[in-house]
Design a protein around this ligand. Sequence first.
Ligand SMILES: Nc1ncnc2c1ncn2[C@@H]1O[C@H](COP(=O)(O)OP(=O)(O)OP(=O)(O)O)[C@@H](O)[C@H]1O
Length: 291
Amino acid sequence: MVVFGGNKVGQVVAGIGGNGLGQILAAVATALLFHLFSGPGPALPPEADQEDRDEDDFAGDSESSDSTADGKVFPVTIRWRNITCSLSDKSSKSVRFLLKNVSGEAKPGRLLAIMGPSGSGKTTLLNVLAGQMMASPRVHLSGLLEVNGKPSSNKAYKFAYVRQEDLFFSQLTVREMLSLAAELQRPEIPSMEERDEYVNTLLFKLGLVSCADTRIGDAKVRGISGGEKKRLSLACELIASPSVIFADEPTTGLDAFQAEKVMETLRQLAQDGHSVICSIQWTGLDRTGPN
Ligand SMILES: Nc1ncnc2c1ncn2[C@@H]1O[C@H](COP(=O)(O)OP(=O)(O)OP(=O)(O)O)[C@@H](O)[C@H]1O
């Protein structure tokens, strides 16, 4: 059990819409910018508090490569100790803790679910772990973050971050969206045929074959389901061969069937060797809770 800003949180191991060329170009630029800025952001400064470092527990080494020579996922273990994040308010001279002494570990082959009610700090923790905290003089961060046994540094590993909001070209089909994403992110794939084959593999892996030629859609034009959108987000992120996958509330807003399919996909990605960390909003209505 860890504590987030005062709330108890259980840890379980367990579009861009629009029409027209102008908007497509704008969206391509947005996608490129998104990927430029979605690399590891400001990392948690390695803290002096390294007493409880136990390097023997780490199987990985410090290589920063993201996939092994045979195309397998490069294994990355992340460990965090006593992460504290606070917000200071100069006018009222008060400090608000968003995270307080949070510790944990994510390993390759495991799916880690961070559970808690709304506002308990789940997104904040994912942002800290992914080095995506917004730089602000009001935000104070402390604690220890290790990647494969070494204090984390920028660009230490490749990660995917599936956020709560999905960003897509609503007019494209699922296949077209993946093909475009592959063209932007994997320019080394030489021919269209090979790219098509790569996209087909992704469609199969993410269970998107049946909706491959359906438009993504948006609020105005009905397209693929919410669960399919979430799995398409995962597929787009997988193109970059990440070692670690962060997914912020991937099941929120989905019905039980779609939520189960998304979680099954994440479980499968963990089995493929990715370290998967997701947040789940836990309302407490389910008395059984995380186990
Ligand atoms: N930069 C910030 N400035 C002010 N408050 C912030 C900031 N970042 C987070 N918070 C606050 O910290 C708390 C935790 O936010 P966070 O988004 O991490 O929670 P969460 O558990 O992911 O919530 P939800 O399930 O609703 O998405 C919230 O009360 C939020 O308003």
